[in-house]
Design a protein around this ligand. Structure first.
Ligand SMILES: [Zn+2]
Length: 448
């Protein structure tokens, strides 16, 4: 707790700075990270030297002159990129596989999260304890929690809750002195979700935007009766439709949060104007077009300024960001993100044996993990057939049984294991969607 309080205090302090002061702070943090990476990461030292960058350049180099990396480069050089010799890709993969309890720490110390995001390539991310506290403080920045609380808040969280995913890991790490927590698995049958949330009566609802939308539909249909006063969305896009339905059902306009395994909370909406503030005190973000030139709309290149264990410097994300032209009228010094694209995946609906239907949430599929699996795509073939195209990482040819076992567990939670036939096809390549030219993690029935 003391170190979380310190992190909260330092995060709060930046909120009263002027934009130019934040840029100075960001620049100081960037130089410190660059020097650390050059000294401690074999990958960065090699990579920067190959681009003609010496240690002396690190005091003056402009961010745009620093070479860009992405998830593939990071994963291919994982053990060399990490600055802590106690951590290796093989050990972390085994840890994730052996210990599915969310929030549990590797070696009782490190927070580990993984995701394929929308790119289909699995990425691993590790945070040392003090780094994780800053991540937590940034998510509490969005909730505007004022300490001390008069009483603990009751917070329900609806998402994929049974693995080392960024959002559930931060939920489980919410301090117990501040919150009573109810995790609701989006993979549970809907009847179970209803019963749990009705009994719990949350003050705050949080989780995937599509999950909160589901709760709103349930409330409007009279299946649940709860009265939360705050709502926070994360993980998938908060569409205008979802926002309207949530507000209609609960009388509160949800605050959207935007984050990733690479960053944890990168941006969050203010309660005053519901504009998404980009937390550029702890992140350096450049938005670029296809030629990597600065733009208002395009791919985000991020540097996480607090993760020294696994430095992500000028790392290209898959999401497209549109930056706002003005700052938020609330007076926040942070720049505004107008829109985020690139995360929209659809629910896959399947027939149950009892003639009902149930869905598999896209993020449950995006966070699919077995050791030795490098990249994958899900294709829905019919209302009772699902196919996975799988690319194993080198030297891992026989991962099909592990994939089947994992998928069986996912289907079983929704009682779909007997009605849905699941096939795995091992492939060498997965072509991009011919229409958009982009990789599609999930190909739903409507487009196959
Ligand atoms: Zn604002």
């Amino acid at each position: 707790m003391p170190s979380l309080l310190r992190a909260i205090r330092s995060v709060r302090k930046a909120e009263s700075l002027r934009p130019e002061q934040i840029r100075e702070l960001q620049d100081r943090r960037l130089r410190k990270l660059l020097k650390h990476a050059f000294e401690k990461s074999r990958f960065y030292q090699r990579h920067y030297r190959a681009h003609g960058i010496t240690r002396r350049d690190l005091d003056s180099i402009q961010p745009e002159q620093i070479p860009v990396i992405d998830k593939n480069v990071m994963m291919a050089n994982y053990d060399d990129l990490i600055t802590d010799p106690a951590l290796t890709r093989a050990h972390l993969e085994r840890f994730i596989d052996d210990s599915p309890t969310p929030g549990s720490k590797y070696k009782n110390r490190y927070s580990v999260v993984h995701t394929s995001g929308s790119s289909g390539t699995i990425g691993l991310f590790v945070y040392a304890p003090h780094e994780w506290q800053i991540g937590k403080a940034l998510s509490l920045r969005v909730t505007g929690v004022k300490l001390p609380l008069l009483r603990r808040k009751r917070i329900a969280f609806i998402a994929a809750t049974d693995g080392h995913f960024a959002s559930v890991s931060s939920f489980y790490n919410l301090p117990r002195v501040l919150f009573r927590r109810l995790p609701l698995s989006i993979s549970s049958p809907i009847e179970e979700i209803r019963e749990q949330i009705n009994t719990f009566k949350p003050d705050v609802i949080s989780g995937y935007a599509s999950g909160l939308n589901l709760l709103a539909e349930e409330q409007l249909a009279g299946h649940i009766d709860i009265a939360p006063t705050e709502a926070y969305c994360t993980g998938d896009p908060l569409t205008a439709n979802f926002r309207q339905r949530i507000e209609k059902a609960f009388g509160t306009n949800p605050c959207n949060m935007y984050g990733s395994s690479e960053t944890m909370t990168l941006a969050g909406e203010c309660h005053a104007h519901h504009q998404l503030h980009l937390f550029d005190d702890w992140f350096s973000v450049q938005v670029v077009d296809d030629a990597l030139l600065p733009a208002r709309q395009g791919k985000a290149i991020i540097t996480n300024l607090y993760n020294f264990t696994q430095p992500l410097i000028r790392y290209q994300m898959n999401d497209e960001i549109v930056l706002g032209e003005d700052r938020c009228p609330c007076g926040s010094p942070f720049p505004v993100i107008e829109n985020i694209a690139g995360r929209h995946e659809e629910f896959l609906w399947f027939d149950r044996q009892d003639e009902g239907k149930d869905f598999i949430h896209p993020i449950v599929l995006a966070e699919f993990f077995v050791p030795g699996l490098e990249k994958f795509q899900f294709v829905q073939k019919s209302s009772n057939r699902l196919l996975m195209k799988a690319i194993p990482s080198s030297g891992n040819s026989d991962i099909t049984p592990a994939i089947r076992e994992k998928m069986h567990a996912i289907l079983s939670k929704k009682s779909l294991q007997n009605s849905v036939r699941f096939n795995v096809e091992t492939v060498e390549q997965i072509p991009n969607d011919p229409r958009s030219g982009k990789f599609k993690l999930i190909v739903p029935l409507s487009t196959t």
